[in-house]
Ligand binder design. Structure first.
Ligand SMILES: [Zn+2]
Ligand SMILES: [Zn+2]
Length: 634
């Protein structure tokens, strides 16, 4: 209820705090942003750091060092980045995985963080909400960090911003929509007030410390994504971010290939390229082709249409709305993330919403089914998402039946195939028609295929080539493309997360590595769930738990009461009374045996119970539940 109200309210009020905050930065060349905003931060950083410091003991001198850096940054305003030093490129995520993209870029004494994303937990990570990169390396260099530069608003690029800002409250630079999405996150973390967000437009340049950044318009499955040219005294790095080449994008603006060509002519030291689709030949289709398919489906359809897609793909949602307008249907939106994102996109002017086309989900019963479209989350089969709840009849407003046509306008992320097909099957069972990617062209990728990657390499003509954003196979395929395009084999670097690639005009090599890995987020806990906790969760999930409670006399080691057996996830106790009795007598025996053999300290006795019971259960039922003996003494 509350969420829907929020939606209405925000739609009616375009001058929200979000709009104001983003408007703060006028978007002009602000060479000194980085340094100005450092003024208030060192002390704060030192404070936050103290809280989270894991014993590195690196607090002393933070403030002093930051002051030195401040003066340096002020001077750098006048001059171009000083030449002569080497650039270090250190990915803390995103190599050999798709997710948690965060790269540390260093020049001289300055550090900038490039993207700041999360990964989603794998099926082994029981109960984990999010995975963020391990930033212990940054804790040792906190006072050198000058800012965070973001390429686009996808979770794997911005999801970790609140967690990183809690540690280092540095300025954040990104395009309007990207920072709109970041603002929503910071609001949820109650950090928006103290964060320093700077909107930069595609085509704009700005200085952060010793770095000169230029945002270059790009195309991707989210609006307002950019490639970034990073210039230092050692040369220019072109980082593609996530991209594709879309000549007919929905917002009308094509990737700025001309600018990439210009930079290529001036000389690009290194090209970091999105490798996600490097194994796919040809070109990725234009986003606008999906619109044509929507129209084909909508035309003459007499059912209610439900479309599931990624909330962040606002161009996709725009095309759904366009088709709905053309065929005279109202549009209702379902799913919290979808409502939040569309609200942000509308406030910031990224969508064209015809008058009176949007209705509240509560109002859908007032319209005939063939006049409705519902746009929903859940295209990945996520169990809590709106579509999954509709599929199992747990959605309050939407019941799926014979009058529904459900469209999956998405591609399952590797690993999600099973859950997606489960939802598809459930929808069919309820009588709905279902259209998914293998049946019609209702989805296109947001990432470049081989020919597009080759085109960028050809325009940029880099000296060094570094495939990024991919699993091992993607990075290897991208390397082959680089070789085919004539880049010297020894100038292509397929990195591991944590590798330090040091580059200058004369040479580039991996000079070592820094600590890297992941930190798990569970509820409000960041990093408190580690391997041992996960191992226990896995054990409990697979084999269940038996608790043995016994009260013993401290003096003579006699059992005063019990043993009582409590079991969870092991067997259903009421149907296994014989087994429970056997367990009780076995535990009694084990305790007596230990006591007779003078092994009567509680820990040894617990150990004896554990091993006797463990062996017995395995021989009897071939299971290994977790066994927790509890001895109470009187
Ligand atoms: Zn992306
Ligand atoms: Zn990405």
């Amino acid at each position: 209820m509350q969420k829907r109200k929020e939606f209405k309210m925000q739609l009616g009020n375009s001058k929200t705090s979000l709009g104001n905050i983003l408007a703060k930065d006028k978007g002009k060349e602000t060479a000194n942003n980085g340094s100005q905003n450092q003024k208030s931060s060192p002390q704060k950083r030192a404070n936050t750091k103290k809280k989270s410091n894991n014993g590195n003991g690196n607090n002393g001198g933070n403030v002093k060092n930051a002051k030195t850096a401040l003066i340096k940054a002020d001077n750098s305003k006048k001059a171009l980045p000083a030449p002569g030093k080497k650039i270090k490129f250190i990915p803390l995520g995103g190599m050999n995985e798709i997710g948690k993209n965060l790269t540390v870029i260093e020049y001289g004494s300055d550090i900038v963080l490039f993207d700041c994303g999360v990964a989603f937990p794998n099926e082994e990570m029981f109960g984990i909400d999010l995975v963020i990169p391990d930033i212990s390396y940054l804790h040792k260099h906190a006072n050198r960090i000058k800012g965070i530069v973001l390429t686009h608003g996808h979770e794997d690029h911005v999801g970790a911003v609140p967690y990183i800002l809690k540690e280092f409250n540095v300025p954040v630079y990104g395009t309007k929509l990207t920072l709109g999405i970041v603002s929503n996150k910071l609001k949820e973390h109650k950090m928006l007030g103290e964060s320093k967000l700077h909107v930069k437009n595609p085509g704009e340049s700005f200085r952060v410390g010793e770095f000169h950044f230029e945002f270059i318009r790009s195309n991707h499955s989210i609006a307002d994504s950019v490639m970034v040219a990073i210039t230092t005294g050692a040369g220019t790095i072109l980082h593609t971010g996530d991209f594709k080449i879309d000549c007919t994008p929905i917002n009308g603006e094509m990737i700025d290939l001309a600018r990439i060509g210009e930079l290529g002519k001036q000389g690009i030291l290194a090209l970091m390229v999105d490798s996600t689709n490097a194994e796919r030949p040809g070109y990725t289709m234009s986003e606008s082709t999906v619109g044509a398919t929507f129209e084909k489906i909508f035309e003459g359809c007499t059912k209610r249409i439900v479309v599931a897609t990624f909330a962040s793909n606002i161009h996709r949602v725009q095309q759904i709305i366009d088709a709905a307008e053309k065929f005279n249907r109202k549009v209702a939106v379902s799913g919290r993330s979808m409502v939040n994102l569309l609200t942000t996109a509308m406030e910031l002017g990224y969508m064209r919403i015809p008058k009176n086309i949007l209705i509240d989900l509560d109002e859908i019963s007032q319209y005939p089914k063939d006049r409705l479209v519902i746009v929903t989350t859940g295209s990945q089969g996520e169990s809590m998402a709106a579509l999954s709840r509709m599929a199992v009849s747990e959605h309050k407003q939407v019941t799926i039946g014979h009058d529904d046509l459900v469209i999956f306008s998405s591609h399952p992320i590797p690993g999600n195939e099973k859950t997606v097909s489960k939802v598809i099957n459930e929808l069919f069972k309820r009588g709905a028609d279902v259209i998914y990617e293998s049946l019609m062209d209702i989805h296109v990728s947001g990432h470049a295929c081989q020919e597009e990657i080759k085109l960028i390499i050809g325009l940029a003509k880099p000296k060094y080539f570094v495939p990024v954003h991919g699993e091992v196979k993607h990075l290897r395929h991208a390397r082959c493309l680089g070789e085919k395009m004539g880049i010297d084999k020894k100038n292509i670097f397929v990195l591991e997360t944590g590798d330090v690639l040091e580059m200058s005009n004369d040479s580039a090599k991996v000079i070592g590595s820094v600590p890297s890995g992941y930190v798990l987020v569970d509820g409000l806990g960041v990093g408190d769930v580690g391997n041992i906790v996960l191992r226990d969760r896995k054990h409990l999930a697979q084999d269940g738990l038996i608790v043995v409670v016994v009260t013993m006399n401290k003096v003579n080691n006699e059992i005063m009461s019990g043993p009582d057996i409590i079991s969870r996830g092991f067997v259903y106790v009421r149907e296994s009374e014989d087994l429970m009795e056997e367990i009780k007598s076995l535990v009694t025996e084990a305790l007596k045996h230990a006591s007779n053999n003078h092994k009567s300290d509680w820990n040894t006795m617990k150990q004896q119970v554990k091993s006797a019971l463990g062996n017995y259960l395995f021989s009897k039922v071939k299971r290994r539940p977790m066994i927790l003996p509890v001895i109470m003494e009187v």
